[in-house]
Design a protein around this ligand. Sequence first.
Ligand code: MRU
Length: 330
Amino acid sequence: MRMIDQTLLPWKLKRVRFTKPEEIANAITTMVVRGAPAIGVAAAMGVALAAVGSREREVGSLMKELHRAAELLRSTRPTAVNLFWGINRVMAVAGSAHSADELRTLIVKEVKDMEDEDVEVNKKLGQVGSRLISDGDTILTQCNAGALATVGYGTAMGVIRAAAREGKLVKVLAPETRPLLQGSRLTAFELLTDGIDCTIIPDTAVGYMISIGRVDKVIVGADRITKDGYVFNKIGTYQEAVLAGRHGVPFYPAAPHSTFDLSHTHEQVKIEERPFDEVVCIRGRRIAPRGVGVANPAFDMTPPSLVSAIISDRGLVEKPIEKSIPLVIS
Ligand code: MRU
């Protein structure tokens, strides 16, 4: 399996090769690969690598190895539901095999299908969302919900790509997204590569830019949308939703069906807490006094009351969001 090392962007575009599930687990934890749909497919490929790399000839023993790999991969990051979706999908296929050889064939086919489907789903979602965009809109986003966060095309950025490909002139405001700078490193890199107008702003400028009328719509990705309509996404998304609501700007999360969690409510979701050095060090250099307390939640949650509609590949999830989710995402 080959993936772009996202920690090196925008300085270096380097693809890294992986052959073992442990390597994939490490890549997810250290954010070599990141973004909910991307880690879902990467984790599924991690399980497939365990199957292909094993010498087991007996299907029961091979399944035990896969369960171990799946457990390791599940323990990498807790918030994005796509990770669990991807692993569960390949484990179900593996469980239907009658021999070790059949299992290997089925699981490799399944991950290849998942890879192709991800791009198709994002393109569908892009078409659904582009109808909401008017020529000349400036769109505020958060983090990177683009091609890098998926297998390709992107979710929130997929909507923007679709609108741009239809000939609409769109501009994107990308907050830096401290502490790991997915906005300025990844979203800016992606949009400039595609020739889409992108302006980076400090995270602290979000409220001011909305208040002076510089934002027409907010479109963000999502890591998990629970059955009660709460949207979990990169830290900083909630403040965008509150400020958009305050100033009458529509707030749209964009997510594929694999990001919807119809089994849990928002109280049951764990928000990942990342290492403190991501906050107090910049590229290895300490920027805060030693001994200071640090909190580094990687995600926040936005209640359905602040969501104008959710853009999905299965259609638009409109208000009341909680009631529409099961009707649109079945
Ligand atoms: O911590 P990250 O970089 O994995 O967080 C990513 C996000 O929050 C994205 O907005 C989300 O996964 C949507 S990706 C299409």
